[in-house]
Design a protein around this ligand. Structure first.
Ligand SMILES: [Zn+2]
Length: 458
């Protein structure tokens, strides 16, 4: 195996030692036992490949001899969580142990049932790591090994289950940058399709298949035409032929998703229904992101098989949300972002769709998923280094004791990620006053941390 330059893949930077290559194969091949020293070797290789901001090197595997036909791995690093390998399907499949790839070894002691007693120590909810896993395996129905792509859904924090299709939707939204909003983008025109198209074009599922060939955004496209296109493609072995339809629906009612167009309502009717993410199970808070699987039934008829819906803030800013309470919080936060900008502080808002890591020295990391995070830097005028600050915002919506208890258990973990500010949202006459207090608290905290002198109270 060798490390090649990403910008000049013909240039070999160095060859991996035999120990390093074996460590990578044990770490990333399904069913292999990882040795204690492997982790350090793999982390060092990943660090060479990804400097924390950009990918510098790719790892080329020598299991295929043909020059130019060698499979490659790249390194990825998300907002949170460690660097990891990602298969680059466009360069072909491995003939070595990496043919059955896993991003990280399975944790030894997976606790999925009850993490109530140990807040933050659950098996974290993570994005779908490999674009090939967007497709169902052929003969689905048999239990899938590993669980990370299993159709039973993944358990993050208790009470926050996410079915597999939901996990794919969240991965797409996060990777195409819908879960992050810089203050400058607040008044930008919504250009989500361009963003999604550009993203999909860069994702390969095989040397012959890119995500842009299966992911489409126009619900009025005839199903027969879409499936005829899918049938004509060179398809990965062991995967079922299907397409993914992603759009923002105006309304969901009685099991159908509706997109209003100048030609009238376009109706998407998934055969197996629409599942919802978050606390909004009745689907009465439009608009919605909707991700549908389009395939053929047993008789060969094209159909929409199933769909997953997630509430979005608005058509203009389709930040995904968990509940109508979060919409109230988000509206306030957008206001704060505009306001502190006048004082020279530029805030970026994050909607964590997956668990965020809280590192501990000498102990396993803890995991939490705050409702929102705000990041910003100290202003130059403050005279201190341009430090990055983080506020963690939790919406306390409703009075369900079980829900409030769950929230309170994770507070301590969230406080380690940033300064925690809660916003209580309820359906009563006191909301306006609570909103005003919340606005002033967040704005004052941001100005203070950023080093902006406050002559008068906010
Ligand atoms: Zn290989």
């Amino acid at each position: 195996m060798e490390l090649v330059e990403r910008d000049h893949p013909g240039t070999v930077r160095r060859h991996l030692s035999a120990e390093e290559a074996a460590a990578v194969r044990r770490f990333c091949a399904d069913g292999q036992q990882v040795r204690p020293e492997d982790v350090r070797l793999v982390e060092a290789v990943l660090e060479e490949m990804h400097d924390g901001r950009h990918v510098r090197l790719w790892l080329e595997c020598d299991c295929v001899r043909a020059p130019g036909g060698r499979p490659r791995l790249t390194a990825r690093m998300r907002e949170d969580g460690p660097r990891h390998f990602v298969r680059m399907h466009q360069y072909g499949e491995h003939h070595c142990a990496l043919a059955s790839f896993r991003q990280t070894p399975e944790p030894e002691d997976v606790e999925t049932d009850d993490d109530r007693a140990r807040p933050g120590q659950h098996n974290p909810l993570r994005p779908v790591g490999d674009a090939l896993d967007y497709l169902d395996n052929l003969h689905e129905g048999a239990a899938r090994p590993g669980g990370s792509t299993g159709s039973e859904g993944d358990v993050g924090e208790r009470g926050r289950r996410l079915p597999r299709l939901g996990r794919i939707l969240h991965t797409l939204l996060e990777d195409a940058d819908f879960a992050r909003l810089h203050v400058e983008a607040l008044n930008e025109k919504f250009r989500s399709w361009e963003r999604l198209e550009a993203f999909a074009a860069g994702q390969a599922l095989s040397p012959q298949l890119s995500l842009s060939q299966i992911l489409y955004f126009k619900p009025w496209t005839p199903l027969n035409r879409k499936m005829a296109e899918i049938d004509a493609l060179v398809w990965p072995e062991r995967k079922a032929r299907s397409a993914l339809l992603l759009f923002v629906a105006d309304e969901i009612r009685a099991g159908v998703a509706i997109k209003k167009t100048s030609m009238g309502d376009c109706v998407v009717r998934p055969e197996k229904g629409i599942r919802a993410g978050g606390r909004d199970q009745r689907l009465t808070q439009p608009p919605y992101w909707v991700l549908s699987v389009v395939d053929r039934d047993r008789d060969g008829n094209a159909r929409v098989r199933e769909a997953f819906a997630q509430c979005a803030y608005s058509f203009a800013q389709p930040v995904p949300m968990e509940s109508r309470y979060e919409r109230v919080t988000l509206k306030m936060l957008f206001g704060v972002m505009e306001w502190v900008r006048k004082h020279g502080v530029e805030v970026t808002l994050w909607k964590p769709l997956f668990d965020r890591e809280v590192r501990q020295t000498d102990k396993p990391s803890l995991w939490c998923r705050p409702d929102f995070e705000l990041t910003f830097r100290s202003t130059a005028a403050s005279g201190v280094a341009l430090r990055l600050h983080r506020l963690v915002i939790e919406t306390m919506g409703g009075d369900d004791p079980d829900y409030l208890e769950r929230k309170s258990r994770t507070q301590e973990i969230m406080q380690r990620r940033g300064i925690l500010i809660e916003h209580r949202v309820a359906d009563d006459a006191g909301q306006k006053e609570r909103d005003d207090v919340f606005f002033r608290r967040v704005a004052a905290k941001i100005l203070h941390l950023a080093g902006v002198p406050q002559a008068r109270p906010v």
